[in-house]
Design a protein around this ligand. Structure first.
Ligand code: G6P
Length: 753
């Protein structure tokens, strides 16, 4: 069956036909009314003339009626003959007998007789219009009475109506011709007007949008559409599209070698130049070093997560102050009275200023609002966000406390403040309210959701207001910048500048830019193979029975966004589909517990352990397990040794702002070996295009990717890894920080482009 739509008339023609049809109906009704009116006037005129004639004749006829019939007929003689349109007259006795009539009335005798009979019966004057086979006639009968009122005779006056009727018909034809000409003119005017005003501009706009989509155009909208709002909206849409294109072109350009690689020293020099003597203050929820009591002694722990791993090398070159929550149970003892200490302990380079929170505050602000509310809100993983008033109150209170700590550390000096992530969205505004002169940047590490998704947050406007205190808001991807600006556009009445990607709100301008974060290669100076590393790898293989096995490694915080069940299931599917790998391949999953005070996270860990057990139970042999799920904190050397041991590195997040584990894995592989399997839903997938890109929800594809990775020829592994390493090296965290700081300290939007 064909589903083709019937061809449609052009819009302008349809509009023309509609308008002309309506006007035609109106004119038709008016014309009909007018012709009828004129015909009635003609008939009235005829009535009047017939009556006058009848009255004039009545006196002479009255006398004649006294004569017998024959004499009377003779006396009447030719007085009864008519002249057009009068056909003639006829005279009757009161009993209906005809005395005399005009010659021309013979044809109408029977019609006349009936009318006269009626007039005698009533008895009264009558007017009748009759259609006879010969003509349409008009009859007036007048009763002639004696002085005592007795009926003496009937006089009939008969007119021919042919001319009156012909006149009415001609008028109708005339009206029809003139209306036709008028309607044709109207149709032309409407069709041409609608085409000029609507069809043509809209078609041109549609063509322009098509060209824009296919990348054939870089000019503004060439026509001015009639609907101003449509013009504004299409301009905005165009700006977004152009910005997206520009961003992807820029990203494409960035994949080619560019300038000398950014190093710790180059960054340090750049930082000094950008700061112009201002302090550098960084504020985040998570601290880079925390102290935990172990066996009665404080032990230094590096918390998990990409944020601290990325920022610590940046701060080491800065001599600045990092303000963060003191979360360790031995944190107070290892800091001074103001919560300050120099870090890292083995090479003191910058100050860590700890902010103290009570258990309830940490629970409401961090576990509650930030991690049960904002975290699932921003990640597309089908986990319902929870928003509670109490948690929001804690969030506001603790953001205020972080802002106060920043203001305290800044004193009265100029400072550049780098606010980090979704836990501190209100801090930029809170700082600016007190010190509008401070330069404040906000970097958002997680995805920014679509405007529709963000709308569900009850405190959405307060959050946006807090963020828009920043001079620069950074995201990993252009996509998140677009979504953020669109969210602002829909929710608050801010002024948007799509060309420069900036937002003016409450007399303050915030610029919005993408800065894809990178890593610092901490092992850069190690030889591709060294004895210490080889020994460490051998120890690990021995401890976890991995000798002679091919190994895949995953390193993640235990978090439902990381796609760990999908990963375990893909391994099971792989062993099902390729049984020859049973006993020859193992997934080592390092899982770092995170946010365990949130029930959903605890449940997730339990589910993962149960799933690993189920898969092991199904496939394992006495000497081999398919999954090694190692839950706990792992020191950097162990993580590095596992990355180097692995044939495959797996990152299967369901949604991730960037994911630095993927980049760490590439940075670790100075031996140019190993294959990266990477989820398409990570920011990193945009840059690491030589990874095997998978959809973690597609178990078959995921399992096939594991097989492809294990089967990949050595030279292909080498080539892919070399290209990815070049990308990771060129876009390292120093370059990211330099780009961000350059944009933040630039005096104008144009300068920051
Ligand atoms: C993500 C977030 C960071 C957070 C990290 C670790 O990378 O963007 O802000 O610090 O996860 O999570 P945690 O809750 O342990 O700090």
């Amino acid at each position: 069956m064909s589903t083709k739509n019937p061809p449609r008339l052009p819009n302008a023609l349809r509009m023309g036909l509609l308008v002309t049809g309506l006007v035609g109906l109106l004119i038709g009704a008016l014309a009909w009314f007018q012709v009828e009116r004129e015909r009635t006037t003609d008939l009235d005129e005829m009535d009047r003339r017939a009556y006058i004639l009848a009255h004039q004749m009545a006196y002479s006829i009255q006398a004649i009626l006294k004569l017998p019939d024959k004499e009377a007929a003779v006396a009447l003689g030719s007085t009864l003959e008519g002249y057009p349109p009068l056909i003639g007259l006829a005279v009757y006795r009161p009993d209906g007998r005809l005395i005399a009539e005009s010659h021309d009335l013979v044809e109408f005798s029977s019609e006349l007789k009936q009318t006269v009979a009626q007039a005698i019966k009533e008895p009264k004057d009558l007017i009748k219009t009759l259609k006879t086979p010969v003509a349409q006639i008009h009859i007036v009968t007048s009763v002639i009475r004696a002085a005592d009122g007795q009926t003496e005779g009937i006089l009939a006056v008969v007119h021919d109506l042919t001319e009156v009727m012909a006149r009415a018909k001609n008028r109708r034809i005339e009206f029809a011709v003139w209306s036709g000409i008028l309607l044709l003119l109207l149709l032309t005017v409407v069709v041409v007007g609608a085409w000029l005003l609507y069809d043509r501009p809209l078609n041109r706009m549609a063509e322009w949008v098509r060209q824009l989509r296919t990348g054939d155009v870089d000019e503004p909208l060439p026509v001015d559409p009639p609907v101003a709002r449509l013009a504004t909206e299409s301009d905005r849409l165009a700006a977004t599209l152009l910005a997206k294109q520009a961003a992807s072109q820029k990203q494409a350009r960035q994949t080619s070698p560019a300038g000398p690689v950014w190093t710790h020293n180059r960054w340090r020099a750049h930082l000094t130049e950008c700061l112009h003597g201002s302090h550098l203050l960084l504020v985040s929820h998570r601290e880079p070093y925390l102290h935990e009591l172990q066996g009665g002694q404080p032990r230094l722990v590096t918390p998990p997560g990409g944020l601290v791993a990325a920022l610590d090398p940046i701060m080491r070159a800065s001599n600045g102050i990092w303000i963060a929550h003191g979360a360790g149970n031995a944190d107070r003892e290892s800091a001074d009275a103001k919560g300050r200490l120099m870090v890292p302990p083995d090479d003191p380079s910058y100050t860590l200023r700890r902010v103290w929170l009570s258990r309830e505050e940490e629970h409401g602000y961090y576990h509650g609002f930030a991690n049960e509310g904002l975290w699932p809100l921003c990640h597309r993983v089908h986990q319902r966000p929870v928003f509670r008033m109490r948690n929001w109150e804690y969030y506001v209170r603790i953001n205020r406390r972080f802002a106060e700590a920043v203001l305290q550390e800044a004193g009265s000096d100029p400072a550049v403040v780098l606010v980090q992530d979704y836990q501190l969205a209100l801090v930029p505004r809170l700082i600016k309210e007190v010190r509008p002169d401070l330069v404040v940047g906000l970097f958002w590490y997680i995805p920014w959701p679509a405007p529709e998704a963000f709308r569900i947050c009850p405190w959405r406007n307060a959050l946006l207001n807090g963020m828009l205190g920043a001079d620069l808001i950074g995201f990993h991807l252009q996509q998140y910048c677009n979504d953020f600006i669109e969210t602002v556009d829909r929710l608050i009445d801010a002024r948007l500048d799509w060309e420069h990607f900036s937002i003016e709100w409450r007399d303050h301008i915030s610029r919005v830019r993408p800065f894809p974060i990178g890593v610092a290669d901490r092992n850069k100076h190690r030889a591709p193979h060294d004895v210490v590393l080889d020994r460490h790898i051998a120890e690990l293989r021995d401890r976890y029975s991995l000798e002679n096995l091919q190994v895949a490694v995953g390193i993640d915080r235990i978090d439902y966004v990381k796609g760990l069940p999908e990963r375990f299931n893909a391994v099971a599917r792989f062993l099902e589909s390729y049984p020859q790998y049973r006993g020859r391949f193992t997934l080592v999953q390092l899982g770092v517990p995170s946010r365990m005070h949130i029930r959903h996270y605890r449940d997730h860990l339990n589910e993962l352990e149960a799933l690993a057990d189920t898969i092991n139970w199904r496939f394992q042999t006495a000497a081999w397990k398919p999954v090694r799920f190692l839950v706990g904190q792992h020191d950097p050397a162990t993580v590095y040794a596992f990355m180097r041991m692995a044939d495959i590195g797996i990152v299967s997040s369901l949604h991730d702002g960037m994911n630095l584990v993927a980049k760490e894995f590439v940075a670790a592989r100075s031996d140019l070996d190993g294959v990266l399997i990477l989820s398409e839903f990570t920011g990193a997938a945009r840059e690491l295009i030589d990874a095997l890109i998978i959809n973690p929800y597609d178990t078959e594809q995921f399992a096939a990717a594991i097989h492809q990775a294990l089967d990949m020829p050595a030279n292909e592994r080498r080539e892919r890894m070399s290209r990815m390493r070049r990308q990771v090296e060129e876009h390292n965290v120093y370059r990211w920080a330099a780009d961000y700081l350059t944009a933040l300290t630039a005096r104008s939007a144009a300068e920051s482009e």
